[in-house]
Design a binder for this molecule. Structure first.
Ligand SMILES: [Zn+2]
Ligand SMILES: [Zn+2]
Length: 171
């Protein structure tokens, strides 16, 4: 996603663009259509660029959805994500004041490519574990019932069934 310095006028530059999942070459496993975590939508970029002296501010949002199974109840679900972009591009690499909300990069010449940076933002925004809801109760480890939908009757038997296993082992 290349931008020329001359494209950024005094009013700044507003970029709205869409990329296919295949654009995410840094996370190829996300592109495969499987039940594991995968991209279930195109990637929509809404970015505003502004030139301030020798620095370029890039801010905006990336929107996409990932499909995944809930880690607890295995329900298929779609999770919309919208990581924020907050980047300052500088032509000179000066030590910047530490600000955790803003990234700093340098550029050379009259053109820069935001692609790798944006790919990284997407990679970092992915959840380690997807849950259909915070308090998902998951599946009963005994009968497999979805405990969000119904309470099975296994709970009372849990202790008993564990003893059964021990008894079987001895035999
Ligand atoms: Zn769940
Ligand atoms: Zn059960």
């Amino acid at each position: 996603m290349k931008v020329g310095l001359s494209d950024i006028g005094t009013e700044g530059l507003h970029i709205v663009t869409i990329r296919k999942p295949e654009w995410l070459t840094n996370i190829p496993e996300l592109v495969r259509d499987s039940e594991d975590m995968h991209l279930s939508s195109n990637i929509v970029f809404d970015l505003r660029l502004a030139k301030i002296l020798k620095e370029i501010n890039v801010s905006g949002t990336i929107r996409f959805s990932i499909g995944s199974l809930c880690a607890r109840c295995l329900r298929n679900m779609d999770l919309p994500l919208s990581p924020q972009v907050n980047l300052v591009l500088s032509s000179v690499s000066t030590p910047q004041e530490r600000n955790e909300d803003i990234d700093f990069e340098t550029y050379k010449g009259e053109e820069f490519d935001l692609g790798n940076y944006l790919r990284e933002i997407i990679a970092m925004s992915l959840p380690v574990k997807v849950l259909c809801r915070e308090d998902c109760k998951g599946l009963c480890s005994n009968c497999g019932a979805n405990l969000n939908l119904r309470i099975c009757s296994c709970k009372d038997d849990w202790v008993d069934s564990r003893f059964t296993v021990l008894r079987d082992l001895k035999i």
